[in-house]
Each structure stands twice: as structure tokens, then as C-alpha cells.
Design a protein around this ligand. Structure first.
Ligand code: LIP
Length: 271
């Protein structure tokens, strides 16, 4: 395909990702508000649990995923779609979508504002486009491969922090108790060496905050591809260096996104 053809294709994919992230996030936010006004308890909002009793699914997760899947299928019926709430459609186009209808589900359940909808598309060369929408702040983060990253249409760049001791670092924890114990133990060794820790509860938001320089770095392990696909591209296109902790590529198993000057220092601590 010509460069112009690729550019047009990526424009279309980005517009689709942004539109569906906003539609699904808005639907989930409106649904949550209805539950609040009806006095629904957190138990009543919980439709199921997954890896542990704290890894919950609400009916809004499922409704938001259905909105995205229907929109993707209508616009691009030959694409593959993988979603956190069970969507697993194969495709023939070479484009695959990874969607997290509500990233930060615990925050959503507790009516804490830091949750988002994340929609990303990949091909054989990696992530093509990514869109992350935060309904509580009406922030839309977006990026297309090789074309920079934006927040509400304005270009964003990673922080220029060069000192690890001054770096504000976001991270997260898994749902399984023993994994959380190990993550907290390692964090106790890192915390004295950096400015401070932030734990938002959403990998996609952490990655967008790194992209916008709101934090200087973010790391986490044992994610899912839908947690990170859109946000990792946004962070990278904004100038973050991304990778694992061992000089390899970013992966759900090990993900580090940081302003380049502190990446190696933080990776060394994580190893
Ligand atoms: C969340 C991740 C977050 C992690 C949480 C949880 P979910 O995803 O985005 O980074 O620390 O434990 O896994 O479950 O809200 O979609």
C-alpha cells in the first residue's frame, strides 16, 4: 500500500478508535450514574469475578465492550477483536483490535474517577493506533504510529526528568495475594530512591499520564494485552522509552514506560 494509502488507513482507524472509546466510556459513565441514583450496591453492580474475588466484572463492562465490538464489526467486519470481557473474534484483514471497555474496574466499582476505556489496533508491524478515554475528566488520549500523541487534540510529550530521585513513578498490583506481596516487597526497595509512587488503578491511564509528563515513569507486570496496547503506543509516540525490565520489548508480562533519561536506572532497580 502507498504511504498516502497507509496514512489514510491509519487516519480512519484512529478516528474509529477514538469514536468508540468515547461512546463506550460515556455509556459506562451514564450507566454507573443510573446505578448510583438507584442506590445500587457494589455487590449488586458486580456481575461476576475472574482471577480472584477482587477481580470483578460489572454489567457496564459487558455493555461497553458490546458497544465497541458492534461498532468495530460494523465498520471493519474482517478485523480480529480481542476484548477483556470475552470477545475473541478472528479476522482476515491483518488488523486486530485489543479493547478494555473499563480499565480501572475497581475504581469504577467504587466510584473513583480514574477509570477509562481503551481501544487499540495492531498489525504485523505492531500497534497502529490507540485511543484512551477518561470520562470523569473528558480526556481523550490518542496516537497513530509514527505520528505523535495527543490529549484532546493537542500534542503531548513525556517529561524531561533526568534524575531518578526526582521521578514520580506510577505502578500497579495484580489481583492474586502472593503476587501482590512480591510486588509490594520490591516496591519497598524502590520507594526511597524516587520522588514518590502513584497507584491510579488503571494501566492505560498510567501510560497516558507518562505520555503527558504527569508522571515520569510507569511500570507493571502481569498485565493483559488489552490493558496496554493503546496506552503503550501513546506513551511511545509522546517520547517515552518503553520496554521490559531486561532491555527487551514492552510486553504484558513486564512493562516499563519512562522518560528516556531515567528508563535504564529504573529498569536496573526492577531487575
Ligand atoms: C487493572 C490494570 C491496573 C492493575 C489493576 C487491574 P482492570 O485492570 O489496568 O494497572 O494494577 O490491578 O489489573 O482489571 O481494571 O481492567
Amino acid at each position: 500500500m502507498s504511504d498516502a494509502g497507509n496514512h489514510d488507513l491509519h487516519d480512519g482507524l484512529l478516528a474509529l478508535a477514538c469514536r468508540l472509546a468515547v461512546e463506550a466510556g460515556t455509556l459506562a459513565a451514564e450507566g454507573r450514574q443510573i446505578d448510583i441514583e438507584a442506590g445500587a450496591s457494589r455487590v449488586a453492580m458486580t456481575a461476576a469475578t475472574k482471577s480472584s474475588l477482587t477481580d470483578v466484572v460489572t454489567r457496564h463492562d459487558r455493555a461497553a465492550e458490546a458497544t465497541i465490538v458492534d461498532g468495530l464489526h460494523a465498520a471493519r467486519p474482517d478485523d480480529a477483536i480481542i476484548g477483556e470481557e470475552g470477545t475473541d473474534r478472528t479476522g482476515t484483514s491483518g488488523v486486530s483490535w485489543f479493547i478494555d471497555p473499563i480499565d480501572g474496574t475497581t475504581n469504577f466499582l467504587y466510584d473513583l474517577p480514574l477509570w477509562c476505556t481503551s481501544v487499540g489496533a495492531v498489525d504485523s508491524d505492531g500497534t497502529i493506533v490507540g485511543a484512551v478515554f477518561i470520562p470523569a475528566t473528558n480526556d481523550l488520549f490518542a496516537a497513530a504510529r509514527g505520528r505523535g500523541a495527543s490529549r484532546n487534540g493537542r500534542a503531548i510529550v513525556a517529561s524531561g526528568e533526568t534524575e531518578l530521585s526526582l521521578a514520580l513513578v506510577a505502578t500497579g498490583f495484580g489481583y492474586e495475594p502472593e503476587r501482590r506481596r512480591a510486588q509490594a516487597t520490591r516496591l519497598s526497595g524502590i520507594a526511597p530512591l524516587i520522588r514518590d509512587i502513584r497507584r491510579t488503578g488503571s494501566a492505560a491511564i498510567d501510560l497516558c499520564f507518562a505520555a503527558a509528563g504527569i508522571v515520569d515513569a510507569y511500570f507493571e507486570e502481569n498485565l493483559q494485552r488489552w490493558d496496554m496496547t493503546a496506552g503503550e503506543l501513546i506513551a511511545r509516540e509522546a517520547g517515552c522509552r518503553t520496554g521490559d525490565f531486561h532491555d527487551g520489548a514492552a510486553s504484558p508480562e513486564e512493562l516499563l514506560a519512562a522518560t528516556p533519561a531515567v528508563f535504564d536506572q529504573l529498569a536496573a532497580l526492577l531487575r
